[in-house]
Design a protein around this ligand. Structure first.
Ligand SMILES: C[S@@+](CC[C@H](N)C(=O)[O-])C[C@H]1O[C@@H](n2cnc3c(N)ncnc32)[C@H](O)[C@@H]1O
Length: 239
């Protein structure tokens, strides 16, 4: 699947029949050769936007996987950078890939973060589909609790595909397959592309005590209705 170095269809099926944590442990050695890794264009655009509002001191990449966001943080944070993920396999690959005296890796669940309010910036890429809508209040409260006053939680959000388009049917098909799979098999593999929507996200961030700003990422242009294709959500903990 995807490329000669990527996982086979059979490997992907075995991973999707596991728990999220175990699935990523299995996928880890080949993860960087899948489309599930955040594309460099998105990472660079977020890095540029953060450079305009930074610099920051300490940064955390939430659900860091193999370290894509940690490399962004290294560019915009002056002091330390931490990646947190619950998959030991993903963290092993991250440790091999991204080395440096300022970088550390922590194995933990994003829903129970083991940190004091010690970060000025938390980023997250490509992981919100792993959380059910009812988990967002707890997740955002955790992020708020590890930010210093005035700290920022930033992540890119892609506009949903136009109803009826190929992208729309592809994501709907994927989510439907996952819902059927999760109705039939335990442990669940929570991965829904269509559940993390801008309106809900803004509401839940505000309810968790963040001030929310949206910045279009100009690198990705606009849709025919004039709205940005990709936004950076910047949620600030009041200072
Ligand atoms: C699609 S990958 C994205 C990895 C990386 N951020 C990137 O953009 O390439 C999702 C990551 O979220 C992690 N993850 C999912 N649920 C998590 C949770 N509750 N706590 C910590 N990590 C979690 C997975 O282990 C996986 O590494």
């Amino acid at each position: 699947m995807f490329s000669p170095e990527g996982p086979s269809l059979r490997e992907l099926a075995v991973q999707a029949l596991s728990s999220v944590e175990r699935g990523y442990d299995l996928l880890a050695p080949k993860f960087d050769h899948t489309p599930f890794r955040t594309p460099v264009a998105v990472l660079d655009a977020v890095g540029s936007a953060l450079r305009r509002v930074g610099p920051f001191d300490a940064g955390l990449d939430l659900c860091c996987g193999t370290g894509a966001g940690v490399e962004v943080l290294e560019r915009v944070c002056r002091e330390r950078v931490t990646g947190v993920d619950f998959s030991a396999g993903m963290l092993d690959v991250a440790r091999e890939r991204v080395r440096g005296p300022r970088v550390s890796w922590v194995r933990a669940d994003a829903r129970a973060l083991p940190f004091a309010p010690a970060f000025d910036l938390v980023v997250s890429f490509g992981a919100f589909g792993h959380f059910l809508p009812r988990e967002l209040p707890g997740l955002f409260a955790q992020v708020r609790s590890v930010l210093r006053p005035g700290g920022c939680f930033a992540f890119p959000l892609v506009a949903p595909p136009r109803p009826g388009s190929l992208g729309y049917w592809t994501l709907l098909g994927f989510d439907t397959v996952m819902r059927v799979r999760n109705a039939l098999r335990r442990p669940a593999f929570v991965m829904y592309y269509r559940a993390f929507r801008l309106g809900d996200v803004q509401r839940e961030l505000a309810a968790a005590g963040f001030g929310v700003e949206l910045q279009p990422l100009p690198e990705f242009g606009r849709r025919p209705d004039g709205s940005p294709r990709v936004r950076l959500v910047m949620a600030r903990r009041p200072g």
